[in-house]
Design a protein around this ligand. Structure first.
Ligand code: VGL
Ligand code: ZN
Length: 198
């Protein structure tokens, strides 16, 4: 039992009508639920920001969503307020089968550091704990699905590949935000690290 399905950020705020909506973000829910049956281990991630998080444009006077800023850990895109802890937008899509989850990993809770990847925060060194969990359980082959291909899914896949996992991206069960070619850049970066894109 070495295979895990990692379902990234299938939350209301990333679905149509949400604060940071991903086009067609909701159409993949049924396919993800069906895919869970094929995996012995299912792990969900949940973007989980405190109000006033430093990745929110609203936390920086005069700045608008989707502009870039510099954080102590590097460049950072400023986002609309989203996935605020305890809000409806932070809840999983109501049709997602959360019962099958062995583990739910929350990330992005440090007010000063964003966390796209399921394994490491955006400083690329603070662990979320998922790497340790996967190692402890001997889960070595990961299939990634969810939102958004060019941010949280893409960085999760790259970090996992960098840390020795065999990673497959099911692109039919992901959707992208696609800011300024970010989808092509993410696919290229994943391929360069040996992520299998199917
Ligand atoms: C995400 C931007 C900000 C994602 C999360 O889930 O891809 N993107 N927070
Ligand atoms: Zn976020």
């Amino acid at each position: 039992m070495t295979e895990a399905l990692i379902v990234i950020d299938m939350q209301n705020d990333f679905c149509p009508g949400g604060a940071l909506e991903v086009p067609e973000g909701d159409v993949i829910v049924a396919g993800i639920n069906a895919l869970m049956a094929e995996f012995p281990a299912v792990i969900l991630t949940q973007d989980w920001h405190p109000a006033g998080h430093s990745s929110f444009a609203s936390s920086h006077t005069g700045r608008a969503p989707f502009e870039m800023t510099e954080m102590p850990y590097g460049p950072q895109i400023l986002w609309p307020d989203h996935c605020v802890q305890g809000s409806r937008g932070a809840e999983f899509h109501p049709e997602l089968n959360t019962d099958r989850a062995d583990l739910i990993v929350r990330k992005g809770y440090d007010p000063a550091v964003d966390s796209y990847s399921a394994l490491f925060e955006n400083d690329h060194e603070t662990p979320t704990g998922l790497d340790g969990y996967l190692r402890d359980r001997g889960l070595e082959r990961l299939t990634m699905v969810g939102l958004a291909t060019d941010f949280c899914v893409g960085f999760s896949a790259q970090d996992a590949a960098d840390n020795g996992y065999e990673v497959t991206l099911r692109s039919d069960l992901c959707r992208a935000i696609n800011l300024d070619g970010s989808l092509d850049a993410a696919l290229e970066a994943m391929r360069a690290k040996g992520v299998r894109i199917s």
